[in-house]
Ligand binder design. Structure first.
Ligand SMILES: [Zn+2]
Ligand SMILES: [Zn+2]
Length: 89
């Protein structure tokens, strides 16, 4: 999956992940496989900049960046081209 849209809360970011995983991947063993083609889901790193909600839509904050696993299907999705987003907290 591509990086979810930014400027949202942590809960919304988590929900975007859960929605994509539930729709497109199926649990198998310790990981996931693609529902469409059965390929083993891989993951890369998503960089999440932490911005302050106090600044509204402006992306400003502490400069803190968190890393999260970003899953993708190597055959039908390919390596994500967008691996960074932000949360407003
Ligand atoms: Zn932001
Ligand atoms: Zn696939």
């Amino acid at each position: 999956m591509e990086a979810p849209a930014g400027k949202r809360s942590r809960e919304e970011l988590r929900a975007a992940f859960e929605r994509h995983v539930a729709e497109h991947y199926a649990p198998k063993g310790s990981g996931f496989v693609c529902k469409k083609d059965g390929a083993e889901i891989r993951q890369t790193t998503l960089y999440v900049s932490v911005h302050a909600k106090a600044f509204g839509d402006m992306c400003a904050g502490s400069g803190e960046v968190e890393r999260l696993p970003l899953p993708y299907c190597p055959t039908c999705e390919g390596v994500p081209s967008n691996t960074s987003t932000c949360v407003h907290v």
